[in-house]
Design a protein. Structure first.
Ligand SMILES: Nc1ncnc2c1ncn2[C@@H]1O[C@H](COP(=O)(O)OP(=O)(O)OP(=O)(O)O)[C@@H](O)[C@H]1O
Ligand SMILES: [Mg+2]
Length: 322
């Protein structure tokens, strides 16, 4: 089942006589039980799309179903089935984490005893005991983000939206959030998150959409995205003095798996599909051709390479500019 499906979703803002086309026709399908990511630079339209899907912002055009309900006509039904953790979180700083959680439960219609019990459960589960009864304004960034996630899942939603769950956190806190997201997914929750971190998109998401300038540039699994764009890169170190490079090039050039061959300072660089499968064959052929190999490395293109190919800009650069 599709947890989210959108067709031509758009959002245009009008501010002080200016028009901003924040989201320009997004077609999207998020499956039940997956971790789906939106990867893109600042201003790409990630938050705007997410806020529309979470019923917090009215779309200008297009249509969408979320948890099987029509976003416009059945917004109330959508709302009870989703959790939303905004980019800046939503905790009340002058209350404790526990108080925030209990209040959230009450907002979603839980009884007092049920909310207290559920809050205690989440405090244990997210290792928040040491700080749960302190005021939120004393929390570190990582502690705050853990509370934000707990707030988002207090009412056991089917679908959880996380807007940049780990931005600004230290590596340890990021890993904690990732572990929690994976656990929620293992328990059957669908997760939709935004990020501008490639490692997060790559390591955490089952599938992702690369968003740029209000549009989806491509959508697939991280591996498929990387393979679709570039294949794998095999660097071979050869003896560069005795003609081995020429013999290696001759032996490899006609092979069906080869996309591109470039001489390098120390040997040759090959662009191939599915490097790990063809590597043994390459080694055999070079051995036969009398071009012994000194070093071999197999590298995968990164999502940074993918973003660059799709948009003509580096993800890091475009994030810095905005
Ligand atoms: N309320 C608003 N009024 C006018 N323009 C807006 C409004 N909200 C967002 N925008 C504009 O819409 C575009 C998309 O913004 P959005 O917040 O969706 O981007 P984002 O991908 O979440 O970026 P970031 O990575 O910085 O969070 C930006 O150009 C932004 O300035
Ligand atoms: Mg945003």
């Amino acid at each position: 089942m599709a947890m989210i499906e959108t067709h031509g979703l758009t959002k245009t803002f009008r501010a002080r006589g200016k028009t901003v086309e924040a989201v320009r026709g997004v077609d999207l399908m998020v499956r039940d039980g997956e971790i789906f990511g939106f990867l893109g630079p600042n201003g790409a339209g990630k938050t705007t799309t997410m806020r529309m899907l979470a019923t917090l912002l009215e779309p200008t055009g297009g249509k969408a179903t979320v948890c099987g309900y029509d976003l416009r006509r059945e917004a109330g039904k959508v709302r009870t089935r989703i959790g939303y953790v905004g980019q800046n979180g939503g905790a009340e700083p002058l209350e404790t984490g526990r108080e925030n959680l209990i209040l959230q439960g009450r907002v979603y219609g839980m009884g007092k005893a049920g909310a207290v019990k559920r809050a205690a459960e989440l405090i244990t589960r997210l290792d928040m005991e040491p700080f749960a009864d302190r005021l939120v304004r004393t929390y570190s960034g990582g502690q705050r983000r853990r509370l934000d996630v707990a707030l988002g899942i207090m009412h056991r939603p089917h679908l959880l939206f996380l807007d940049e769950p780990t931005t600004g956190l230290d590596p340890q806190s990021r890993v904690r959030i990732w572990d929690e997201v994976r656990r929620l997914c293992a328990d059957g929750m669908t997760i939709f998150l935004t990020t501008h971190y490639m490692d997060e998109a790559d390591g955490l998401c089952n599938r992702l959409a690369i968003m740029d300038n209000g549009k989806i540039a491509s959508e697939d699994t991280p591996n498929a995205l990387k393979q679709q764009i570039a294949g794998d890169i095999i660097s071979l170190g050869l003896d560069t003095h005795n003609g081995a490079v020429a013999r290696a090039s001759d032996a490899l050039r006609e092979q069906p798996y080869l996309r591109e061959l470039q001489p390098t300072e120390h040997g040759v660089q090959l662009y191939v599909d599915r490097g790990e499968e063809v590597l043994p064959e390459i080694l055999r052929q070079l051995d036969q051709a009398g071009a012994p190999i000194r070093t071999v490395t197999l590298a995968r293109p990164t999502l940074e390479d993918v973003f660059l190919r799709l948009t003509g800009r580096s993800l890091r650069e475009s994030a810095d500019i905005a």
